[in-house]
Design a protein around this ligand. Sequence first.
Ligand SMILES: [Zn+2]
Length: 234
Amino acid sequence: MAITEALLLRKMPYRDADLILSLFTKDMGKVSGLARSAKNSMKRFGGRLEPFIHLRVSFKEGKGGMKLVDDVEAVQVYRAFMEDLDIFTWGSYLLEYTDAVLPQETPNEQLFNLLIKTLSELDSKKSVLPLVLGYQLDALSLSGYEPSLASCVDCGTEIPGESYFSVKRGGAVCSNCSTRKNSSLISREFLEDRDSMDVYLSQVLKYIKLFTRFTEYHTEKELKSGKFIEELTL
Ligand SMILES: [Zn+2]
């Protein structure tokens, strides 16, 4: 038996009444667990098998090493996600993003704590876009996908304030190495100064789109909400 804090990333129906849950747990990383009779036993799990609830989950060992979800308690329910469609949509994006950068069964407590903190801040309705961009950047570095921003990915030259950015090559490219085709211009100073992001929301949205494409390319996972993000304008 193992007990750990967790957030629900996804759930899939299984057989008649069971659910397979993909959970980001604090102690074990991303794990799959079988919740028996979850679809018809309200008593056992209540309404707790939902995203945007900070959970405490007990697992039992099943046959063949399968994890059985035995009990689920709510540590905190983030209500804004149920009440505000905009926050719900961005929150769903953050969960999908996290799912993409996280390998299976690799503990990552720092990323777990960061996700909890970001969901709490969204729940208290802080400005959404800077939180999302900050989360993207931190999640990339905590999961090993950090883009190189300080020096050119091709020749290693130190990058001044502004540079081109190549999604495929994985970071900033200097003006000598850039083909400029399909490259976006980025400003490292802007990305490092999170306090002033609130003032330049259309810039923030541009970076969110850029790092969404970057993440899809390097994780080789298509984000369902990526299309929605790509079409957003301010
Ligand atoms: Zn270069």
